[in-house]
Design a protein around this ligand. Sequence first.
Ligand code: C2G
Length: 737
Amino acid sequence: MMKNVDKISIIITVYNKEDYVARCIQSVLNQTYSSIELIVVDDGSTDMSTSIIKRMVDNDDEIKTLFLGKNQGLAHARNEGLQLATGEYVFFLDADDYILPDALSMLSVINNVNDSPMIALRVQGSHRMKPIETLNVRTFKWKGNKRTKMFSRKSVASVLINRSLLVESGLLFDNRYQYFADLDFLFRIVQKVDSIVYVNLPLYIRGECIDPIERPSLSLEPTEKHLKELLTLMFNKSEYHQVSEELEEPLQVAPINNVAYLDRLFLRYYFKSVSALALEKEEEFQRFYEALKECLQGLQDEHVSRSGKIGSLQVRAHLNNDYVKTLSWIKRRHSLAGWKSVVKTKSKQQLFKQIGNQIFTKLPIKNKQIVFESFGGKSYSCSPRAIYEELQRVDPSYTCIWAFNDPFSKEIVGSGKKVKRLSLRYYYYMATSKYWMINARVPKYIKKRDETVYVQTWHGTPLKRLAADMKEVHMPGTSTSTYKKNFYEEAQRWEYLVSPNDYSTEIFKRAFHFNKEVLDVGYPRNDLFYKEEINNPTSIAKLKERIGLPSDKKVVLYAPTWRDDEFYGKGEYKFDIKLDLFEMKERLGDEYVVVLRMHYLIADNLNVEGLEGFAYNFSDYDDIAELYLVSDILITDYSSVFFDYANLNRPILFYTYDLDKYRNDLRGFYIDFEKEAPGPVLMTSDEVIETIEDIDRVYTQYQELVSTFNQKFCHLDDGFASATIIDRVLKKKEGSS
Ligand code: C2G
């Protein structure tokens, strides 16, 4: 019976959670429910967690803390916390999670909750937070076999448990488990309760794992780490049958089919994670082969027979100890799953993917064939273009393929072929080309063969934090850990990574976890600035005329970046121009025109009505490098464009109206922006206009900063980056193949 005066012991277990633990403890301190006993168990943290805990509890006698000298595992830490608990209820809270301020007081007034010995709260990922509809609180009573719903999260955190249940039965967490200690505990405890109340209110918030590579949460650890424990669970299966005779007053509970649940869980694991292990790390699979067989022997037939035809054949081969056949069924199941999804989804894309990955990748690879792609097929631009054009000049014998979303609208020079990205032909070229020269990520569903040499040119010197260096990711449709894990896996596919300067090399290696060959040769896309035949007043004047800009006006290029948290959907971002273009026209229009260049992720169509002859929308123009050449001044914000533009030694203004938010909440920066920016950092449209009116004087003031900046960021750019990359990648490889 939970009454609103019952004391709740909240047990927070912490191991190396310096990024989250303060938020977690604070969420308990903020509770509006009054009768709380907070217990913090620090399981031998070696990071700042210990000092953060000490600072937060700071001589508060009400808070119980336990600092275990060395890390002894979650089960042990939870047990230690239980020893200190005196409340009617215990509630486990993991240090990377937190609860909303009214979580416990709300529970105490919800009807159904009152008579339940176990109360489970709905858990919500912090990146999916929606406002809470308190009026529509729904509770469900899980009785009988419905109690197995309790297992789905495999965690005891977020559940209130009547402590007398634990005291009477002496139930503790089993130290042998690191990953499955909670599940083992739940298997045992659900046998001791008639029903569990589930409160469908997202009061328990699961924090995101912000470093899934170096410090993964338990669930993100690789299969081989979990597997040993899952096998132990399976070998102890008989223990989960026993109903609670050790209770003083045994409860009248209907038997619960823990074993069936465990068998199903095991099979799911066997067909998914274990099969993936067999395909990716066969030696690990071999190591567990015998133990897996023993577990399969203990399964009830009905579960196996529900595994589909090939699944059953795989199990049979495994039971017959036929390793070769088992592996071959795993491979067939894997390939068949792809074809099945083609049939199921009836999607052309799925079909192309399947033909590409399963068939084309078995064709011979063509050593003199290269796929080029920029910004996911959006443009003919950036470093892939520069390398391509140089290759056309020095060795046109290569077959070059350009991937575009809309190939008909693109014009390329030389003998390259255009192909529609994600078409069947595209999959063919991706599968059979020896080289990929690409400036952004390639979706992981496009298989890369071991023989393919993937040259990642990337697309900018980083100012804003990248990949693993970002804290929480605020982009739509992804969680922090998925984003970073995908990024990590992508970067592991690169054979070469192009770097524009030493500063980027250091960051790239760390943020991408990249330890293959860095081509630290400067940016191919900047080569043109150093080519006299391109970067001279006559050629620039011609270019200006060709693209439709008035020859008698100077050009201000406005090229801002995108905002992670302002979007319509995945990959489609909003941008609201905060420059007062009408005022600009009024004050600068006699001397200047403005070229507006939105970032390639911006989906908004710019409206330049009323600004004809002054503001030109060049957002769809292929290569920004040419816009750099024709412009006299650059206005940007946090975009990497200024690192490239700096090569031209022309004035750069930073219009950073949301600097604090962008730097502190959204991304974080690598440099002391205000100190190192090679131009004035401006907050209002008015300041931007005033600065342009006085540009010569302002630019002179920045000369010293500009030169320091250029030494640091443009020191490798010399006009030969493309040629060097061709030599280092193609010529070397050509020689050895
Ligand atoms: N770009 C552009 N027009 C803009 C902004 C950017 O053409 N208005 C191009 C430039 O080539 C720029 C590149 O896109 O260098 C990357 O843009 P950023 O604004 O720097 O942002 P992002 O795509 O997030 O890449 O290491 C660099 C980072 O990854 C940034």
